[in-house]
Design a protein around this ligand. Structure first.
Ligand SMILES: [Cu+2]
Length: 352
């Protein structure tokens, strides 16, 4: 009977598989069209926001610093650029890993000692001892102490992660199959659409392709999220279709983007630079091709960037909107040096 049921289940599974695969294939074909549409639609909010004034020129984007905010082949976690990330990496590297190593070595040594000392050849008549109060107390108490030693810093870390200071800036992050959109409600509500940059050989002549200044292959995007340095940035994360996840390893940030729900995370990054992440929830055929790039810039540069996207810098009254682009246009010249610094001499000074 059980065997029959097993066969029935196996047959049903075999029958269902092609259907599921077919559904995914059609799903993969369709959104190709939709993914192009929002990109084309992006300028719309920008033009309505800044209908009267000419948008300021865009800022100069920073090139990534090797080893910071990008994977560089090293093992272990990326260098952390947020306080929470530093606390978490410290907990992982200097506490959990050490504990794991000590416990593993101890158990291995016990095992080796038992195998050699109590093998049949060396110990032909085994002991019949079945209780030893002292050992039983020890092997109950020691694991409890180990768990407490993990729980205390762990709870401290959770408290740091989930009790954010008041946000200076809120950004709405929306996952889509297979790109990200970012909305800036504090700056007039403009939206940017961020797609992965393809390699030169994969684009039509004349189309934009990835260069090293954009970032590494599979991580570089056409539109980065730009955030001001030293400010608390709150990300409200959601999705338009399936579950994605917004993750930037150098910030110790990873949170699911669920359709119909709002999740929240936050960062405060002091070091200007570019930091890369990826969608971290299997979300379909092109899951591996929806990277995230965050550029942290000085506040004046951020305001210039906001103006260049047709938004209004926070606190600027609508009446001043006309003056803002002029001011913003002047800013990039002064700030270019600051923005380009991370490329050359800034790396590691702040963090290592
Ligand atoms: Cu995704």
């Amino acid at each position: 009977m059980m065997k029959l049921m097993g066969w029935a289940i196996a047959l049903a599974a075999a029958g269902l598989t092609p259907v599921a695969a077919g559904a995914q294939a059609t799903g993969a074909a369709q959104p190709q069209v939709t993914s192009a549409a929002p990109a084309a639609a992006t300028p719309a909010p920008a033009t309505t926001e800044a209908a009267t004034s000419t948008p300021a020129p865009s800022i100069d984007y920073a090139a990534p610093t090797p080893g910071i905010g990008v994977p560089d082949g090293r093992k272990g976690v990326q260098d952390q650029v947020t306080a929470v990330g530093q606390q978490a990496a410290d907990f992982h590297d200097n506490w959990l890993l050490v504990m794991c190593a000590v416990i593993s070595v101890f158990v291995l040594a016990l095992l080796v000692w038992t195998i050699i000392r109590y093998r049949r050849g060396a110990n032909p008549t085994p002991s019949r001892t079945s209780h030893n109060t002292a050992i039983e107390v020890v092997w109950t108490l020691v694991p409890v102490l180990i768990l407490v030693a993990i729980a205390i810093p762990s709870i401290r870390l959770i408290r740091a992660q989930y009790s954010p200071p008041p946000a200076d800036l809120t950004i709405k992050v929306v996952g889509n199959q297979w790109y990200w959109t970012y909305q800036y409600p504090d700056n007039g509500g403009f939206e940017i659409v961020s797609n992965m940059l393809k390699e030169q050989k994969d684009v039509k002549p004349g189309d934009r392709y990835r260069t090293d200044a954009d970032g590494p292959p599979l991580l570089a995007v056409d539109e980065r999220i730009v955030i001001p340095a030293g400010k608390v940035v709150k990300f409200i994360v959601t999705s338009n279709d399936v579950i994605h996840a917004f993750a930037v390893p150098a910030f110790w940030t990873k949170i699911d983007a669920n359709p119909g729900r709002l999740n929240e995370t936050w960062v405060k990054v002091d070091r200007p630079g570019v930091y890369f992440g990826q969608c971290s929830e299997l979300c379909g055929a092109r899951h591996g091709y929806m990277p995230i790039a965050v550029e942290v810039v000085p506040e004046a540069t951020f305001n210039a960037w906001v103006a260049s996207k047709g938004g209004t810098p926070k606190g600027a009254a609508p009446a001043e909107a006309e003056a803002a682009p002029a001011e913003a246009a002047a800013v990039p010249a002064a700030d270019n040096a600051a923005v380009e610094q991370p490329v050359t001499n800034q790396p590691a000074v702040a963090q290592n």
